[in-house]
Write a protein that binds this ligand. Structure first.
Ligand code: ZN
Length: 639
């Protein structure tokens, strides 16, 4: 991050203290000694495990979330935003000007982007036309579906006039045209927003003509594009969307997500339906954790967006027909990597969620979907009664989906269950997968699900020392976050840290230590980390370290643990060398080689004895911190 950018973040943090930012969204936040506590806004709980520490400038959930961070991270999590968007929210709130270029990536600043204003203006333009006489047929269609005026206004529905020049005409007028005038946008901008096209002679015409238009908003509620429905018989497909533009990226949009976020977060539950009207109907009956994935595929960007709402369970509601089955399958492929509980609800053919919701209400609809079985159950159920080639194809499709289950044990257990249900051995499924590999369009993955190596219980053992080392480095980083004067003790070990996130944090702390003006605390370290993924760990590391008797004591324990680890490794090396040399001595054919091996064996034996003796009496060991400054420099004294 650039220096100016960092300065701006520091300024924002000064003007909006962490406890204020959190309290705004979590009114139950209460002071408890030096910290503030509340029940965690991100998971359900009865006793508060959500702590805000103004001294460190961080929040942290000790409960199910085990997550934390600074003001920016809180807004990100609470409002389901990305780093830069959250930063912008805080910048607007505090009146701090975040410099252009944003330090990295050089993204445009949205506040300066006239595209958003044009899209918003276009939505208003269309909404006014819906209310005008020309929008009557569209209004009748919508009210005929049972949608109320309030819902239409809430979702900003509109009508695109049929003439083909109206929107362009309006948008290109400037303020000179009076209050009814448009933003004075250029045709280039209209095109860039997907609102206009150019004909052969270079004149612009409206992209949407004679259609009901539905504004599509991003997770922040900004209009980024439109869906448009043809009424009655006419030209073109029933539904069209804004083409992909810098604002409208289907792969990243969930219709209604901005309105669904708050409830989805609270209930940790999200319902995905297929259509715009399904979403509107759900909100109309008071069921707000409902959205619709745009486009035909649910990709990793969708998954990333959905992950942000913190839902633990997702219900996919689809029509019972062929198209619905296909859509459900595609959505599953995209959502399985999320590792949330996924259920697929198939409605009886002829029923759609919009009608059901408006007829039965939220409660009955919820009861219906809660009764739905887990996705795997549903797909296995579909295989029943199939035989021969039809069964084989169904199994292929299911195996392909299982590829998207990220965890091997989970995947393996599902493959086993499928084998049991089919009454075949797991080997048969592996064979099926392998034999189908050539026919698959995509190259077969390196580890197909059915043959994925199973982690054996003993396979965990070699990982154990590594886990201890990681634990030690976590403690070590936590200690320097709370007491930067410990940095010199940690520096010699920094290169050894294998964990990418911890390494990055350590690197930042070491870098800041070189800067005499820098105040090192969790909040300032977070500022420097910017949107590096490691920032998720900082508050937790600091909280953990805060529970030790003192950062120094924690550090000593960690250094000792690392020392033992090294020692253990050295002992293993020496033992192995010892055995090799023993054999060499036995098998040596000439005197010179034998005596060389003998003298090395002696050295190895001596070192081994030494190391083992020292290991038994750690109190006699020279401290690993000897020779390093013991007197702590207080951070204030350095500045
Ligand atoms: Zn929590």
């Amino acid at each position: 991050l650039s220096h100016e950018f960092r300065r701006a973040i520091e300024e924002i943090k000064l003007r909006a203290p962490i406890e204020d930012v959190v309290r705004e969204h979590v009114p139950s936040l209460k002071k408890a000694g030096a910290v503030w506590k509340a029940c965690c806004p991100f998971h359900d709980e009865k006793t508060p495990s959500f702590v805000v520490d103004p001294r460190r400038g961080t929040w942290h959930c000790f409960g199910a979330c085990a997550e934390g961070g600074d003001q920016i991270a809180f807004v990100e999590r609470f409002s389901g935003l990305g780093f830069l968007d959250a930063l912008e929210v805080l910048a607007a709130r505090t009146g701090v000007d975040v410099p252009r270029g944003r330090g990295r990536g050089g993204e445009r600043r949205e506040a300066d982007d006239p595209g958003y204003a044009l899209l918003e203006g276009a939505a208003r333009f269309y909404a006014e036309r819906l209310a005008a006489p020309e929008g009557r047929a569209a209004r009748e269609y919508l009210t005929g579906r049972g949608l109320s005026e309030a819902t239409l206004a809430d979702f900003g529905l509109g009508w695109a006039p049929a003439g083909g020049r109206e929107l362009c005409g309006w948008a290109r007028q400037g303020a000179a045209a009076g209050p009814a005038g448009g933003p004075g946008s250029s045709l280039d901008l209209l095109e860039r927003c997907g609102l206009a096209r150019r004909n052969e002679s270079g004149h612009g015409y409206d992209f949407f003509r004679g259609r009901l238009v539905i504004p599509i908003r991003d997770e922040r509620g900004r209009t980024v594009g439109f869906g448009a429905r043809r009424l009655g018989e006419g030209d073109g497909p029933k539904y069209i969307n804004t083409p992909e533009t810098p604002y409208f990226k289907k792969g990243r949009l969930v219709y209604g997500f901005d309105k669904a976020l708050a409830e989805a977060r609270k209930a940790r539950h999200l319902i995905l339906v297929e259509g715009y009207t399904d979403v509107m109907a759900a909100h109309q009956v008071g069921l707000r954790r409902v959205g619709a994935v745009l486009g035909t595929s649910t990709g990793t960007d969708h998954a990333g967006l959905l992950r942000r709402c913190g839902a633990r369970r997702i219900h996919l509601v689809f029509d019972g027909d062929e198209a619905g089955t296909l859509a459900a399958r595609r959505a599953l492929a995209g959502l399985l990597p999320l590792e949330v509980e996924l259920s697929v609800v198939r409605l009886p053919i002829g029923e759609d969620p919009c009608d059901l919701l408006l007829r039965e209400g939220a409660e009955a609809f919820l009861a219906r979907i809660e009764a739905a079985p887990d996705w795997f159950e549903v797909l296995c159920g579909e295989l029943e009664g199939r035989r021969g080639a039809e069964l084989s194809q169904g199994v292929d499709e299911l195996l392909e989906l299982l590829q998207h289950v990220p965890r091997p044990v989970h995947r393996r257990s599902l493959v086993q269950e499928l084998a049991d249900r089919l009454g075949v051995g797991i080997e048969t499924l592996r064979e099926q997968w392998r034999s189908g590999a050539r026919g698959r369009r995509r190259p077969a993955p390196a580890t197909p699900p059915a043959t994925a190596p199973e982690p054996s219980p003993d396979g965990e053992a070699p990982g154990e020392p590594e886990a201890r080392v990681l634990q030690a480095f976590r403690g070590l980083v936590g200690a320097v976050l709370l007491d930067p004067s410990l940095v010199p003790l940690v520096r010699p070990l920094a290169d050894e840290c294998q964990d990418v996130g911890l390494s990055r944090i350590l690197e930042v702390v070491l870098g800041m230590y070189e800067d005499l003006d820098a105040v090192i605390d969790p909040s300032s370290v977070l500022t420097v980390l910017g949107d590096h993924p490691a920032r998720k760990q900082v508050a937790g590391l600091a909280e953990h370290a805060g529970r030790a008797a003192s950062p120094k004591e924690l550090l000593d324990g960690c250094l000792e643990s690392l020392r033992r680890h090294h020692e253990g490794r050295r002992v293993d090396e020496l033992k192995a060398r010892f055995l090799v040399l023993e054999q060499r001595i036995r098998e040596a054919t000439d005197e010179v080689a034998q005596s060389a091996a003998r003298s090395e064996l002696e050295r190895v034996a001596n070192e081994l004895t030494e190391v083992l003796r020292c290991g038994r009496t750690p109190e006699e060991e020279p401290s690993p911190t000897d020779g390093l400054p013991v007197h702590r420099v207080s951070p204030t004294a350095r500045t």
